[in-house]
Design a protein around this ligand. Structure first.
Ligand SMILES: *Cc1c(COP(=O)(O)O)cnc(C)c1O
Length: 497
């Protein structure tokens, strides 16, 4: 049966491949499936499958206009030796909690889980829909998406990719990863502004009719690799199903037992995927949404008031420094009874007033979620404690979830087995991580000396992604004001005003 997609802001209908191609709906809304399909294989059967096989069983239910052959080819092309373990997403138990390591891909952050397959899904979709022109991927990044998207799209025929990142809002390692990116079709621009500025400007370009016509006349069409693309959300559902079934396989739980899932959250994409997994029938109790000091989501789950009018705080978990969590719109749409007019009204309030307040009946539909946040000090203390107890080192994003979950368990006495989404390798944020586990020893060290120190502390080898950037030449030097982002795009594409 074909599953169609509609927009969160108007009544319409597109196929899965069309939704993947477009990224964002033309009305500014996000594509959502008209229903969430149920898992149609038993959890015990899934427990016997490989990552690739589980991926197929989950994704085939959402991407119904892809043939079995097409989808299997996309999966095989994505989850291969780019990952440094055949398990793709290993689950490890430390101090009674399961860490789902989502950082074994090319750029050592969880964005690889979806961005290694998105280019395959998109180029397949282009063929299916007879798109002749070039796809231009526009991406705003808080640090990890941009690199992962470029790694996925580099030298993919028929595509150009342009990445905007906040010049002063990413770690040195993240910056180095981006400016050394290879590939003739990759373009990187440092923005004088924060992530929200970059994301808003990119959204505006997607919705700018004149701009779209102008690039269209030159054979180009915009698409998005941001987590608003349904082609990113669907592959993210996979690893929650996979993680659950690994616990079954290891005898840690019996199939049917409930688990909690805790996710360090920014744009609300990763945790929304966990929610979709629950709606598909995965036995999930609570979804714990962990924020850093930019705790707009915590406040929202506590009060029903989403309010972005607050200072933007730069933290040591930069990929979560976000005040407009775009994917929350999909949850709002659902809570609003799948009424696009109601959803659009909330989003209008957010744009115009910087705030919206949902109704009590909507709040009653969000009880699967629980918010929490960690200050910088709490995050560091949690990372240190876990390291001292177990020798296991987690990064500063995972650290936020780690602190939030352990506090939740203490306060509620909830003993449900819990998975924490571990979203980045500690090597990606070595200076901050060392600040937590060895603050005295890191003094005066360069980034790469700190990586060596981390390697000796953690007893693990540095990942390939780090080794590569030690020597790679800088290829990207563009910088721009937020107002000049559109001009930058036209310049990159060789289109004169
Ligand atoms: C992107 C990112 C997050 C936040 O994920 P969302 O899907 O935006 O909520 C958390 N941790 C890391 C390391 C990330 O790269």
């Amino acid at each position: 049966m074909a599953l169609t997609y509609t927009s969160t802001r108007s009544r319409m209908s597109v196929t899965a491949s069309q939704a993947v191609l477009q990224g964002l709906s033309r009305d500014g809304g996000l594509f959502v499936p008209t229903e969430i399909p149920a898992i149609d294989v038993s959890l015990d059967d899934l427990a016997r499958m490989s990552y690739q096989e589980v991926a197929y069983e989950v994704m085939k239910l959402f991407l119904t206009d892809y043939t079995e052959e097409e989808l299997k080819a996309c999966i095989a092309g994505a989850y291969d030796s780019k990952f440094d373990t055949g398990e793709i997403a290993p689950v490890v138990k430390k101090d009674g909690v399961y860490y789902l390591e989502l950082y074994h891909g090319a750029t050592i952050a969880f964005k690889d889980m979806a961005l290694s397959i998105l280019p395959h899904l998109m180029t397949t979709a282009a063929k299916k829909n007879n798109i002749a022109g070039k796809i231009v991927i526009l991406t705003a990044t808080s640090g990890d998406t941009g690199k992962a998207a470029m790694a996925g799209f580099a030298d993919v025929p028929g595509t150009e990719i342009i990445v905007f990142y906040p010049k002063d809002g990413v770690s040195n390692i993240q910056k180095l990863q981006m400016v050394t990116q290879a590939g003739d079709n990759t373009h990187v621009v440092a923005i004088h502004g924060n992530f929200d500025d970059a994301q808003s400007a990119v959204k505006k370009m997607f919705n700018d009719k004149a701009l779209n016509e102008k690039i269209g006349a030159h054979g180009y069409q915009f698409s998005s690799a941001n987590s608003i693309n349904i082609g990113r959300l669907v592959p993210q559902v996979v690893y929650y199903v996979y993680a659950y079934t690994r616990l079954v396989r290891a005898g840690e739980i019996k199939s049917g037992d409930l688990i909690n899932i805790t996710v360090p959250t920014g744009n609300f994409g990763n945790i929304l995927a966990a929610y979709y997994a629950k709606l598909m029938g995965l036995p999930v109790n609570k979804l714990i949404c962990a924020s850093n000091e930019n705790k707009v989501l915590y406040d929202f789950f506590e009060t029903g008031d989403y309010n972005k009018k607050r200072p933007f705080i730069l933290t040591s978990s930069p990929s979560m420094d976000i005040l407009i969590s775009s994917n929350l719109e999909r949850l709002i749409y659902r809570a609003a009874g799948e009424d696009p007019d109601r959803c659009a009204a909330f989003m209008k309030d957010l744009t115009e007033k910087g705030e919206y307040v949902i109704t009590d009946d909507m709040r009653a539909k969000l009880t699967d979620f629980r918010g929490g946040f960690a200050t910088e000090e709490e995050n560091f203390a949690g990372i240190r404690k876990l390291y001292l107890n177990t020798g296991y080192v987690i990064d500063t994003h995972t650290g936020v979830a780690n602190y939030v979950y352990r506090k939740y368990a203490e306060e509620t006495g909830d003993t449900t087995p819990t998975i924490i989404a571990s979203t980045a390798s500690p090597y990606k944020f070595a200076p901050a991580v060392l600040g937590a586990i060895a603050p005295d020893e890191k003094e005066g060290k360069s980034d790469f000396e700190m990586i060596d120190l981390l390697s000796s502390k953690a007893g693990t080898e540095e990942p390939r992604a780090i080794t590569t950037i030690r020597t790679a030449p800088v290829r990207h030097k563009r910088e721009a004001d937020v107002d000049a982002m559109q001009a930058e795009v036209l310049d990159i594409l060789g289109i004169r005003e």
